[in-house]
Design a protein around this ligand. Structure first.
Ligand SMILES: Cc1cc2nc3c(=O)[nH]c(=O)nc-3n(C[C@H](O)[C@H](O)[C@H](O)COP(=O)(O)O)c2cc1C
Length: 128
């Protein structure tokens, strides 16, 4: 059987692709804001100031009825005391998954800052 770890041109391509190339914007955790929302807003402004492209794009992770995770990119539409807001169709796969199981996660990745933001919780559905 072929060695799955044997070197291939694509493996070499992957291992020579650059990642986490600094310099990075320093992250201060000594003066963390009092709420996740205010922390996110501070970091979002830093992403804008660092010219991160599409910093409001995020991966929404859900779970299907078989327990398999699913994920796709969405755009963040709002952030308030209730949480992070996004717009989806109720009859879409993600809408059906959330109706069945509201547990979800959001992941933002901001290249150039070497920063990811992870949010987990229960998803509530509202019109508008
Ligand atoms: C940059 C980007 C932004 C997107 N924004 C949204 C969005 O705000 N709402 C949405 O329903 N789908 C959005 N999509 C499409 C979703 O990623 C996804 O393909 C689609 O909603 C179907 O997902 P589902 O089959 O899991 O329901 C976006 C895709 C990309 C690449």
């Amino acid at each position: 059987m072929a060695d799955p770890l044997a070197s291939t041109p694509f493996r070499t391509t992957l291992r020579t692709t650059k990642v986490l190339q600094g310099p990075f914007h320093p992250l201060s955790i000594t003066n963390l804001p009092s709420t996740p929302q205010s922390a996110f807003k501070t970091w979002y402004q830093e992403a804008l100031d660092s010219d991160v492209r599409e910093p409001h794009a995020m991966t929404l992770s859900t779970v299907d009825t078989s327990g398999y995770p699913d994920g796709r990119v969405l755009i963040l539409k709002n952030l308030d005391s209730r949480g992070w807001h996004f717009a989806i169709k109720a009859d879409s796969p993600k809408g059906q998954q959330l109706a069945n199981n509201p547990r979800c996660a959001l992941t933002f990745y901001w290249p150039g800052m070497a920063r990811q933001i992870r949010v987990r919780g229960d998803c509530g559905v509202s019109a508008g």
